[in-house]
Ligand binder design. Structure first.
Ligand code: ADP
Ligand code: MG
Length: 351
């Protein structure tokens, strides 16, 4: 009996020791930055193994670089350029590019053509954010518009795509960063990381909760102030949050601002009063395509679209300092700068 008791206490002691050892393994932040996809990237994770954490982040950056090589218009041998340079013929592309193009086509349909992956000619013509940025002549815009038509982007099984008219160009700038963020999220999850923040140039993806179990508070950029100045805060965990804004890439000529989100109907940067549109949903690629789509659709149509979508919310800011929220945002968003005001929208939109 005595022997049995001894063994019993030994087991309890061992259990206690292992528990204490577990507690002493504190999770610390490991963070790293890079410049890819034409923007600043930062990944932060909380882990008890710093060395392994750094390796995991490196792997994420390698994956982003791989996605960039396939989807950038600035890389000669990318899948996108293969399609662009072989207009008229079907071109086989990677599984990655196929997924992004398929999503792009889906959002073209959902947004009634506001989001258009065949916008390439117009993006190149304006050259916003490049050395060649300029206000094109009307005649040049009319010419480029002839080469923007999502109906002429054809797909076949086995990852094959075709642009039906020579001179047309695909541009995935409005969606590829979202795909990259989703892939990073998967890598982190597979490595057992439970808490993290992925920030791909403003495309934010929160992994799990904060390390102390609290919900993440994410600042929404004040579109009228320098980068890093929030106008409000959203509270969400394990969600993608993506903003499209007229302050991200633009130039000013004769007091007029020309930014990088282009209306495929007119060929000009969208001017409908919106200065930023933020989408919060489960996957970053959806959030990315939708933030661009809602920006182009405008407040009314944009809100209507978001109300129809499951687990999807939006925050639209207009130049009159009004903030337009989807119905699920009401208790999740707080204004931190009084010059902004929440506009009441009819809840009848909810379907
Ligand atoms: P950012 O890249 O700054 O995060 P967005 O996600 O809103 O912003 O994407 C803007 C980019 O999308 C542009 O730089 C261009 O490459 C592309 N783009 C511009 N207009 C359209 C459009 N109507 N449909 C699809 N993509 C677009
Ligand atoms: Mg986008």
């Amino acid at each position: 009996m005595k022997k049995f008791l001894k063994l019993y206490f030994c087991i309890i002691l061992l259990l206690l020791m292992s528990l204490l050892a577990g507690c002493s393994k504190k999770k610390d932040i490991v963070t790293d930055s890079a410049y890819m996809l034409g923007t600043h990237l930062n990944i932060s994770i909380w882990t008890d193994d710093e060395k392994e954490g750094k390796q995991v982040i490196k792997e994420c950056f390698r994956r982003i670089s791989e996605i960039e090589r396939k989807m950038s218009v600035n890389i000669k041998a990318s899948d996108v350029n293969k399609i662009n340079n072989n207009a008229g013929n079907f071109v086989k592309v990677s599984e990655d590019t196929t997924k992004v193009l398929n999503k792009g086509i889906k959002y073209t349909e959902i947004s009634s053509g506001a989001f258009d992956p065949t916008i390439g000619r117009l993006v190149k013509l304006w050259g916003i954010g490049t050395q060649e940025e300029k206000v094109p002549k009307k005649i040049e815009i009319d010419e480029a518009l002839k080469f923007v038509n999502y109906e002429l982007l054809k797909k076949k099984d086995n990852n094959e795509f075709k642009l039906d008219k020579k001179g047309m160009q695909i541009d995935l700038g409005g969606i590829a960063k979202g795909y990259a963020a989703d892939e990073v999220y998967s890598i982190l999850k597979n490595k057992g990381i439970e808490h993290g923040v992925i920030n791909l140039g403003g495309n934010i993806y929160t992994l799990g909760t904060k390390v102390d179990g609290q919900i993440w508070k994410i600042g929404i950029q004040d579109p009228l102030e320098p980068t890093g100045t929030p106008m409000g805060v959203v509270e969400f965990s394990d969600k993608a949050i993506v903003t499209s804004g007229n302050y991200e890439r633009f130039f000013i000529k004769n007091d007029k601002r020309y930014h990088h989100i282009i209306d495929p109907k007119t060929g000009y940067p969208v001017q409908n009063g919106i200065i930023s549109s933020t989408i919060i949903t489960d996957r970053s690629m959806d959030a990315d395509a939708l933030s661009t789509s809602v920006y182009i659709l405008g407040v009314e149509k944009g809100l209507m679209l978001i109300e129809k979508m499951k687990n999807t919310e939006c925050i639209i800011i207009t130049k009159d300092y009004r903030v337009h929220l989807s119905s699920g945002m009401k208790n999740k968003f707080k204004i931190e700068n009084d010059r902004f005001q929440i506009e009441n929208h009819n809840e009848d939109n909810k379907h």
